[in-house]
Design a binder for this molecule. Structure first.
Ligand SMILES: [Zn+2]
Ligand SMILES: [Zn+2]
Length: 242
C-alpha cells in the first residue's frame, strides 16, 4: 500500500472508530477498533472475580459482602467498578487527571456495560462535583467527563449541576475511614432537588477508595428524595477480605 492510501485508511479507521489509533496505555499503533494493544489489554486489572455485592470491590472469596461493608454498611444502594485500582489503571487515572481528557471515552467503554447489568432502572448520571476553585486549577472535572462519555454510550442522560461541593475538604489520603466521613460531612449539597425526587441516580466518579465521598454524596441525594443512588467508578481499591 502506498503512503497516501494507508494515510486515508488510517483516517477512515479514525472516523469509524472515533480516533484511538494508538494504544491508550503504551502508545503502540493499533490496527483494530480496540483501545488498547493486546499486551496492555491482557495486563489490565478487570474487576472480574468475586466482588462485594454492596460496594463492588474485588474480594478474595465468595462472600456476600466485604468486611468493611459488614462493619459499616454504606448508605448508597450499590456500587460497581470496571477495574481494580492497581497496575496500569493507577497510572492511567493519574494521566486522566493531569490533562489526558480523551481517556474519558476510553474508560467509558469499559464502564458503560455495567449500567444495564447492575443499574437497569437508572434515570440519569450525576457526578461527584469539585469546588469551583479546584475545577479551575485542573481545568476540568474528570468525573463530569466520565458522566458525559457514559451518557453518549448508554443513552442515559447526564445531568449537570445536580450537586455542588460547598467547601474544599483537606486531602483524604492520610485519614481513617471515620475521619474521612467527618471531613466530608456537609461538604456536598444537592442544587437541583426537584430533579432527584423518586429517581434512580447513578453517581459517577473515577476511583472508589474508602467510599467516604460516595457515601457523603449519596446521603445528600437521598436527603433530596432520591429513590436509589448507584455508584459507578472506573476503578475501586480492593477490599481487605470477606
Ligand atoms: Zn499497549
Ligand atoms: Zn463491600
Amino acid at each position: 500500500m502506498n503512503k497516501l492510501v494507508s494515510g486515508s485508511a488510517a483516517r477512515l479507521r479514525s472516523f469509524l472508530f472515533g480516533g484511538g489509533l494508538t494504544c491508550a496505555s503504551c502508545g503502540a499503533d493499533l490496527f483494530s477498533e480496540e483501545r488498547f494493544c493486546e499486551r496492555c489489554l491482557e495486563k489490565l486489572p478487570f474487576n472480574a472475580g468475586y466482588i462485594c455485592e454492596k460496594c463492588g470491590r474485588s474480594i478474595g472469596e465468595d462472600y456476600p459482602v466485604c468486611l468493611e461493608c459488614k462493619a459499616d454498611m454504606p448508605s448508597y444502594t450499590v456500587a460497581r467498578s470496571a477495574f481494580r485500582y492497581e497496575g496500569d489503571i493507577v497510572r492511567l487515572v493519574k494521566k486522566f487527571k493531569t490533562g489526558s481528557k480523551y481517556l474519558a471515552d476510553v474508560f467509558a467503554e469499559y464502564m458503560a456495560p455495567l449500567v444495564p447489568a447492575a443499574f437497569p432502572d437508572a434515570d440519569f448520571f450525576a457526578f461527584v462535583p469539585m469546588t469551583e476553585r479546584a475545577e479551575k486549577r485542573r481545568g476540568y472535572n474528570q468525573s463530569r467527563l466520565l458522566a458525559q462519555a457514559l451518557s453518549a454510550r448508554s443513552g442515559v442522560a447526564a445531568e449537570e449541576g445536580v450537586l455542588v461541593k460547598t467547601r474544599e475538604t483537606s486531602s483524604q489520603k492520610e485519614l481513617s475511614r471515620k475521619e474521612r466521613a467527618v471531613n466530608l460531612k456537609g461538604s456536598f449539597r444537592v442544587h437541583e432537588r426537584s430533579l432527584c425526587r423518586g429517581k434512580s441516580i447513578v453517581l459517577v466518579d473515577d476511583v472508589l477508595t474508602t467510599g467516604a465521598t460516595a457515601n457523603a454524596v449519596a446521603s445528600a441525594l437521598f436527603g433530596a428524595g432520591a429513590r436509589k443512588v448507584y455508584v459507578l467508578t472506573l476503578a475501586s481499591v480492593c477490599s481487605r477480605g470477606g
